[in-house]
Design a protein around this ligand. Structure first.
Ligand SMILES: C[S@@+](CC[C@H](N)C(=O)[O-])C[C@H]1O[C@@H](n2cnc3c(N)ncnc32)[C@H](O)[C@@H]1O
Length: 487
């Protein structure tokens, strides 16, 4: 679909909490306009403090109940975002969300809605029922959460028998033990959690003048990852919605991130990988070992989150090596193609099929291993003698969020010591001076590194310098630095 240019778009987020999603977008896209709505005053106050510090004139964080929003007074939006909200609100609010999307989407607008799905939530609901039952008499949310965590610790392999169901539940419990507190509370303890079949969600959206466009996690649209039998079943169905619903059953899917547009908005079908050539590409995938650029054999690349991707074609491998070197820059596709051909040819490759490059890059894009941007972008990533973090990083670090938003809209987790370093990096201190100041903070216990959730021991001589050098490289790699200003 032809959509609005994100750099100048109008964006609405319903249930924006502390603006963790909108603030970085508003900061990186100063010509776009953003409205976030939430009813939680505390979360909004945190977000407003950061937004005020950054003097963001293109962002409004509004306190309101979704139920009270009047579509006519909101106007039209190119993008409407509803993440982590739909399943945890009552039916009437869900209907209001769809009504607002139907009324407030611009003609070429896209709404993103994440929601819990069936059938994947059937077995999960057994764990939820158990946790809710076990904690049913506790009113205080913090004590209730602690009791739920206590139950999770005691469960594990406690299920009866060696059945596949018992194994599944044990696996779920193990995952939940490591889940963030907010997720555990919202999904497993709160009253509302209403998973839904994909086709039922689409039917409800249709009643509000909306139409299913695609999934944000693009790879789930394709049956190619299913077994041969399952694939044959899915491909025997003609209706694309039926195909997707069947895939949800076959993959026992637990969640969707669905894109909706207005009914009747012109869409192009099918998806054409060659349209990637109109975009700019960024990626941070590292080869697991030395890469052979002369042979068409699968080789392993790994993303920062540890997920591995097999890459087969020499041009794709060369493109990924180039993108990792210039990350977080977004490189115009034709320039990337040229760089990949040069690199592969220099290495002695004679396998230079640009169609295969596009197809393999598209597959990596569909699996979220690489990112597309509407325009090329060169990000400052030098480490100056007196390095300076940009204002967004410093504002987020001072708000003690525990993470920073990167230039590619990913999350970089940081501990209090790293947060202190980010704030000290205002372009006035050398690396040695930063280390000296951090030592003062450590001595006064105003900042501590954290290891496995516990405050770390005071660093030995040299350890802090090495740690800071590592962090500086990480900040540079994620586009969190800017050119120091002239003295
Ligand atoms: C789990 S949070 C998701 C926050 C954010 N979208 C994210 O992904 O991080 C759900 C948010 O929806 C908000 N919310 C729930 N019901 C609401 C309503 N009726 N009106 C406004 N906000 C609501 C809550 O206050 C909360 O901040």
């Amino acid at each position: 679909m032809e959509t609005a240019d994100p750099t100048s778009a109008r964006v609405l987020e319903l249930g924006c909490a502390d603006g963790g999603n909108l603030i970085p977008m508003a900061w990186y896209l100063p010509k776009a306009r953003f409205l976030g709505v939430d009813r939680a005053a505390g979360s909004l106050a945190t977000g407003r403090a950061i937004a005020d510090r950054l003097a963001l004139s293109n962002l409004e964080l509004r306190q309101a109940d979704i139920a009270d929003l009047d579509p006519a007074s909101l106007g039209l939006f190119d993008y409407i975002l509803i993440h982590g909200v739909w399943s945890c609100v009552p039916f009437a609010i869900q209907e209001q969300i769809l009504r607002l999307c139907g009324a407030c989407l611009a003609p070429q607008g896209i709404a993103y809605v994440s929601y819990n799905t069936l059938p994947g939530w059937h077995p999960r609901s057994m764990v939820r029922d158990f946790l809710r039952y076990h904690t049913r008499l506790i009113r205080d949310p913090a004590i209730r959460l602690a009791a739920a965590r206590g139950l999770l610790e005691r469960l594990g392999g406690a299920w009866e028998g060696e059945t596949p169901l018992a194994q599944y539940l044990s696996h779920e419990i193990e995952e939940l033990r490591h889940a963030p507190p907010g997720y555990l509370s919202q999904e497993y303890l709160e009253e509302n959690n209403q998973p839904i079949l994909f086709v039922d969600f689409v039917a409800r959206a249709t009643q509000h003048g909306l139409c299913y466009l695609a999934e944000a996690e693009l790879h789930t649209l394709f049956p190619s990852t299913l077994s041969a039998g399952a694939r044959a079943l899915v491909e025997s169905l003609e209706d694309p919605l039926e195909q997707e619903q069947h895939m949800d059953f076959l993959r026992y899917r637990v969640m969707r991130k669905t894109l909706l547009c207005r009914a009747g908005a012109p869409k192009r079908q099918p998806i054409d990988p060659m349209r990637m050539r109109e975009f700019a590409v960024s990626a941070l995938l590292s080869p697991v070992q030395w890469v052979d650029l002369t042979r068409t054999i699968p080789e392993d690349f790994v993303a920062p989150d540890g997920v591995h991707f097999g890459v087969t074609h020499p041009l794709t491998k060369a493109a990924l090596l180039y993108l990792a070197k210039v990350y977080p820059d977004a490189v115009a596709y034709p320039a990337l193609e040229t760089a990949a051909i040069e690199r592969a040819t220099t290495a002695g490759s004679t396998h230079g099929c640009v169609t295969q490059l596009a197809e393999e890059l598209f597959s990596l894009y569909a699996h979220r291993a690489i990112r597309l941007a509407t325009a090329p972008e060169t990000v400052y990533h030098a480490i100056a003698s007196r390095p300076r973090t940009h204002a967004l990083a410093r504002a987020q670090a001072s708000a003690h969020l525990g993470h920073l938003a990167t230039a590619r809209h990913t999350v970089l987790d940081i501990d209090p010591l790293a947060a202190q370093l980010v704030q000290l990096m205002d372009g006035t201190r050398t690396l040695e001076e930063l280390v000296a100041e951090l030592l003062v903070h450590l001595a006064h216990r105003t900042a501590r590194a954290v290891v496995k959730g516990q405050p770390a021991a005071l660093p030995q001589d040299g350890e802090l310098l090495a740690g800071c050098k590592h962090l500086l490289k990480l900040f540079a790699q994620h586009g969190l630095l800017e050119e120091p200003r002239e003295a």
